[in-house]
Design a protein around this ligand. Structure first.
Ligand SMILES: *Cc1c(COP(=O)(O)O)cnc(C)c1O
Length: 362
């Protein structure tokens, strides 16, 4: 068996300990004689799996008791529609467009009401977070929407926007559990788990209870009402049982690692190794303004497409895989999520130095 250093943006690297545990439990989960994949979601055994997962997540994120935790399907992308369908009472919402995912959410919301783009960084290929201290927030906006960490472009809000008292909704897919978060500052946070938490196929939405009502847009499908899932503890229909089980294991792993403050410190250390090198390299350059750099997704370029391609290929052959940048940015992107060990980033930087030495202009 040989494992690579996987820098994929998602689905992405998972902690090896978690994968091994799942392997050990695959044929016989704790004396049941079956795997979690084969188990009724209404069984006692699964009930304890989902309840423990929720309890561990609540502990990790210090989720206040007036927030519901929902394990939903349809990915983060379905939330782009669920948010307006459930929250757009005035049919007005404000969006800050800082990348492709925020743009998709903004475009989706236009189907349901007036979705205003109140700030954007599209003018510079989303390489920064716009100033959010004096936003033209609409007086009748039902919420202000952000994508907190921009997976493709590698930017992150270091400070939440001033929403002038309006509800804040955030897509936290690619910074989920990467650092402590004050849940009480948001109305809704949601994240697809395949970036930093678990396997693909699930989104976790953390929703303030007073926002969970029957007063949704006419025609909203039952499956797309937060209330349906909140009333049924995420078991209105068959949930993604295996994904919940795997996420639960990752939550335990995070707790054993010391929780989110420790993860933040680790993530800062890891990211600094890569950013410091990018700042000193003559060949590789980061694409994002320094103040807004993500701890999770690090895009970089050489400025020469052929050299980029050569690097990606050589890196892959050396066991550093999925470094090719998103097609809209080009170049490279290293996603260094929680489960990427520090040694992986150190080894990547050592490889980049070697590549620069061998291919740079002398
Ligand atoms: C990947 C990603 C999405 C899309 O997630 P799906 O689960 O594939 O729908 C949305 N937002 C962000 C920030 C992402 O990184």
């Amino acid at each position: 068996m040989s494992r690579v250093y996987n820098f994929s943006a998602g689905p992405a690297v998972l902690p090896e300990e978690v994968l091994k545990e799942a392997q050990e439990e695959m044929l016989d989960y704790r004396g049941t004689g079956m795997s979690v994949m084969e188990m009724s979601h209404r069984s006692k055994m699964f009930d304890s799996i989902i309840q423990e997962a929720e309890a561990d997540l609540r502990e990790l994120m210090q989720i206040p008791s007036n927030y519901k935790v929902l394990f939903l399907q349809g990915g983060a992308s379905l939330q782009f529609a669920m948010v307006p369908m459930n929250l757009m009472k005035n049919k007005v919402a404000d969006y800050i467009v800082t990348g492709q995912w925020a743009k998709k959410a903004w475009q989706e919301a236009q189907k349901y009401g007036k979705a205003n783009k109140i700030a954007s960084s599209e003018d510079k290929t989303y390489s920064y977070i716009p100033d959010c201290t004096e936003l033209p927030v609409s007086p009748d906006a039902d919420y202000v929407y952000i994508c907190e960490n921009n997976t493709i472009y590698g930017t992150k809000y270091k400070k939440l926007p001033d929403t002038k008292g309006k509800l804040l909704v955030a897509d936290i897919s690619s910074c989920f559990l990467s650092e402590p978060v004050d849940v009480s500052r948001y109305g809704i946070l949601f994240g697809g788990v395949q970036k930093n938490v678990g396997p693909a196929g699930m989104v976790i939405a953390i929703v303030r209870e007073d926002l969970i009502t029957e007063d949704v847009l006419p025609g909203t499908p039952t499956m797309m009402q937060y209330k349906t899932h909140a009333d049924n503890d995420s078991m209105y229909n068959t949930p993604n049982c295996f994904c919940i089980y795997m996420c639960g294991k990752v939550f335990k792993w995070l707790r054993n690692m010391g929780g989110l403050s420790v993860m933040k410190q680790r993530n800062e250390e890891k990211a600094a190794i890569l950013y410091d090198y990018l700042d000193s390299s003559k060949m590789f350059k980061g694409t994002v303004v320094k103040e807004d750099r993500s701890l999770m997704n690090v895009p970089f370029v050489t400025g020469d497409k052929e050299l980029d391609a050569k690097f990606v290929e050589a890196a892959s052959a050396a066991g550093f895989v999925n470094l090719k940048g998103h097609r809209t940015v080009g170049g490279m992107r290293a996603s260094i999520y929680n489960a990427m060990p520090k040694e992986g980033v150190e080894a990547l930087v050592a490889f980049m130095k070697k590549f620069e030495g061998e291919n740079g202009n002398v």
